[in-house]
Design a protein. Structure first.
Length: 209
């Protein structure tokens, strides 16, 4: 899956030399601003900007209901398809499949909505698809997404319980919240930015209004 690295490094100040490695990793994180709105008239979707305000990703859904079509395309700023997200039909529980590019036949990842009341903080689980086109990725990656999507407060954990991505509330310079339709997506270098955005798109279909 192609990697896209926004131009906004997140720096973390620390006075301890012991935190050097952790600080270096945090400094390489990519922070994006996500807007729940398409740039095209009469379309639903997302518009994603990097730290310098440049267009990074876009999602334009022409149907009145994106979930009804069962297929959503994540594009770069030039309209090239990076990831395709499709709803899996006839599955137990809601599940979305993530494909690399536009013409891939086998999914790379699956995102399944959590239906267990005993794990109420878990929104969804992301696993490498058993039919992944990349044999080296099979059964290698798994993620859990926890928090509250409706409040723009989610954390993506890898299989070692390390936070590799976060959805955060976005505030204006004066400290005023910008509302639920605008939020920050912070992605650590261990997680591809297009994959992280694909997870957000799946969450929108599962928990969005």
């Amino acid at each position: 899956m192609a990697k896209i690295h926004p131009n906004n490094p997140v720096s973390v100040a620390t006075s301890s030399d012991d935190d050097g490695d952790r600080t270096a990793a945090a400094a390489a994180a990519a922070a994006m601003t996500v807007w729940r709105k398409s740039l095209l008239f009469n379309c639903k979707g997302f518009t994603v900007y990097d730290g310098t305000g440049n267009l990074l990703f876009r999602v334009d859904n022409y149907s009145s209901s994106s979930s009804s079509s069962g297929e959503i395309v994540l594009m770069d700023a030039y309209g090239k398809c990076l990831v395709t997200i499709k709803r899996k039909r006839l599955s137990i529980g809601e599940k979305w499949l993530i494909y690399s590019g536009e013409e891939a036949i086998k999914p790379e990842f699956s995102v399944k909505k959590n239906m267990s009341f005993h794990q109420s903080k878990v929104l969804a689980r992301v696993t490498t698809s058993s039919s992944s086109s990349n044999p080296t990725d099979r059964c290698r990656h798994s993620y859990s997404i926890e928090g509250s999507y409706s409040h723009n407060q989610c954390t993506i954990y890898d299989d070692r319980r390390r936070p590799v991505g976060e959805v955060e509330r976005k505030e204006a310079a004066a400290g005023i919240a910008l509302g639920c339709d605008v939020f920050r997506l912070v992605v650590q270098p261990e997680l591809d930015a297009p994959l992280a955005m694909a997870m957000v798109i799946a969450l929108e279909q599962m928990y969005g209004s």
